[in-house]
Ligand binder design. Structure first.
Ligand code: GRF
Length: 193
């Protein structure tokens, strides 16, 4: 029988609703894995409160406390290695991954983006798509590369929207994210087992 008890680390900078969706999916058995670490670069992030609820250890670290980005990422990599992390899931992590982290975990770092890549890359995917006037919105889960929102796509989910309510679009995108990210993680785990 195949062993699916993979170890995940989730990286978040803010609210952490995707982190919580993944944590809940692990608890429910929808993902055959366990989150062993939340990595957070913002001491005020609500994601940290969510981690407490699930009893998930948190590493709170900022590049300025480490003497720069390479040293910051090396501290994170050391922790990931110590815990034996199999897969890194970026979930609202508002930093570009640098070579130190990328090279240590290449092909094992997922990200979620609130638009249908390759359209609307960057930090404002929802607003950019809405302001452009698209009628098909969606969410992408992809492996990262060293470019912004680049890398191999794992899953996408789309919906049509003809209304004029930007907040409604955001609500629907988040609802899709919370289903799609756990599904994509499961797909990656099973595919690589
Ligand atoms: C999500 O929309 C995700 O697609 C983007 O950042 C947002 C994070 O939201 N990368 P949350 O912190 O998971 O609530």
């Amino acid at each position: 029988m195949k062993e699916f008890n993979k170890k995940l680390a989730v990286f978040a900078s803010g609210s952490g609703s995707n982190f919580e969706a993944i944590a809940q999916a692990c608890v429910d058995g929808r993902i055959p894995a366990k989150i062993v670490l939340l990595v957070c670069d913002n001491a005020n992030a609500y994601a940290i409160e969510r981690a407490k609820k699930f009893d998930i250890p948190t590493l709170v670290l900022h590049p300025r406390d480490c003497g720069g980005k390479p040293a910051y990422e090396q501290r994170i990599v050391d922790k990931l290695n110590e815990l034996g992390v199999d897969l890194v899931c970026l979930a609202g992590y508002m930093r570009i991954v640098g070579e130190t982290l990328y090279n240590a975990y290449a092909g094992r770092i997922l990200n979620i983006h609130p638009a249908l890549l390759p359209s609307f890359k960057g930090a404002h995917g929802i607003d950019d798509a809405f302001n452009f006037g698209v009628k098909v919105f969606g969410v992408t889960v992809h492996f990262i590369d060293l470019t912004i929102d680049g890398g191999v796509i794992v899953m996408q989910r789309a919906f049509e929207y003809y209304g004029n309510d930007r907040d409604e679009v955001e609500t629907r995108i988040h609802a899709i994210e919370h289903e799609l990210y756990p599904e994509a993680i499961k797909k990656c785990i099973i595919h690589n087992a």
